[in-house]
Ligand binder design. Structure first.
Ligand SMILES: [Zn+2]
Length: 395
């Protein structure tokens, strides 16, 4: 096959073969030839090179079609390591993983000085360097970062909670490292990780909505995570859902984030308690009045907790209905601590039937919750895996 002399064609063919083994594996060489249309010599050559690189290995025997039973090929998940990092207002989390995102080591460091870029980046860089040193064959480090992030330059353009403007996150974290670092907005990272390893594996069009300290979303169309002209595609958290609603951290009023983020829900409960709204939550010491306690109180029928959470659910349902009409997705994927720490909000949102926002909206839109542990860390690592696999096993 003369085209194979061309390195970039070989890389493309290798990427195709790797993708099939990763998504469909274990598969036989005959399966690979059938899926790709490559001749058997090409398949043999590419798989031999991948076995030599320890990216794939032969496993059990497959079904015979008459002659000898063919050998099955699958990804060697632990031959290489990727590192995922997630920075938020509370913690800097870091996890090493194999090629199938199976966790190896996880660490979490408190992030009390999140407003100080030098401090946060120094602590994160140190943790990354230590993690890289503890593993062999590290391919790279993916970082899921909150706020508006330019993934090309690795710059955090703006983060309202952190008070950061134009902070060069990637260049700070890469200092002294011999492996590549990629930085992406946290929700976009989650969307990518969910496509590779989570609930959205066979989904090409979806909106991933994360309610955590803030509310963010990522839009996937035709299998690609959208960025938009200014890295702000899918900023659902700052769409106004309540005219005359509460002040948002972005300076606007009535944003979804100001009503439906975990920090807003806790703040709104505290405000109502201060206004003498009767509630069992008033008996809790302030340090124990957190999101989980509010969900517990709502399940016990506490009127203040129910009112605040139901209000959040109602506005989330409006935003989800709008997103369904804008994007026409197959799936809305909900994640973040608002949905993952307790199921009250998720079930409330579902009961409001947001998929019926518009008479012609499809009822076929699935509204799911993430099933991944640490979806932010898996998503961050997938930033590296995506480049690695699409490069045919090179970065
Ligand atoms: Zn806002």
């Amino acid at each position: 096959m003369p085209g194979l002399k061309n390195r970039s064609i070989l890389r493309q063919h290798t990427a195709r073969i790797l993708r099939i083994i990763r998504e469909e594996g274990p598969v036989t060489r005959v399966d690979l030839a059938q899926h790709t249309g490559f001749d058997s010599a090409t398949v043999t050559k590419i798989t031999k090179a991948l076995i030599r690189k320890r990216l794939i290995h032969e496993t059990a025997l497959g079904q015979s079609t008459g002659g000898r039973r063919p050998k099955l090929l699958e990804i060697t998940t632990d031959a290489y390591t990727v590192i995922g990092v997630n920075v938020d207002q509370d913690f800097i989390s870091i996890q090493s993983m194999g090629l199938s995102a199976r966790p190896i080591k996880t660490r979490r460091i408190g992030n009390p000085e999140f407003r100080n870029p030098d401090k946060v980046l120094r602590t994160t860089q140190k943790a990354i360097a230590q993690m890289v040193e503890e593993h062999a064959n590290v391919l790279g480090v993916g970082v899921a970062f909150p706020g508006i992030v330019n993934s090309e330059t690795g710059v955090c353009i703006y983060n309202a909670y952190f008070g950061w403007h134009n902070v060069p996150v990637r260049s700070a974290l890469s200092a002294g490292l011999s492996v590549p670092v990629k930085v992406e907005n946290d929700v976009r990272s989650v969307a990518l990780g969910e496509q590779w390893f989570g609930a959205a594996r066979s989904v090409s069009n979806m909106v991933c909505l994360r309610s955590h300290m803030g509310v963010g979303a990522a839009v996937v169309v035709g299998g690609e995570v959208l960025h938009g002209a200014h890295n702000m595609a899918g900023e659902l958290g700052h769409t106004v859902v309540a005219v005359n609603g509460p002040l948002c951290v972005c300076g606007s009023y009535g944003c979804l984030e100001a009503i439906a983020s975990v920090s807003s829900i806790v703040r709104n409960v505290k405000q109502r308690l201060a206004d003498n709204y009767p509630s069992m939550l008033g008996e809790l010491p302030p340090e124990r009045l957190d999101y989980k306690a509010i969900c517990r109180a709502a399940k016990a029928g506490d009127k203040l907790a129910v009112r605040t959470l139901d209000e959040a659910a109602q506005y989330l349902a409006i935003a989800i209905g709008n997103a369904i009409d804008h994007v026409d997705p197959e799936m809305i994927l909900l994640c973040g601590s608002a949905f993952m720490e307790d199921d009250y909000l998720y079930h409330k949102v579902l009961s409001l039937e947001p998929r019926r926002s518009f008479a012609f909206s499809s009822n076929a839109v699935a509204i799911e919750r993430s099933k991944l542990d640490h979806c932010e860390l898996v998503g961050a690592a997938t930033l590296i895996l995506k480049d690695f696999f699409s490069g045919g096993g090179t970065l």
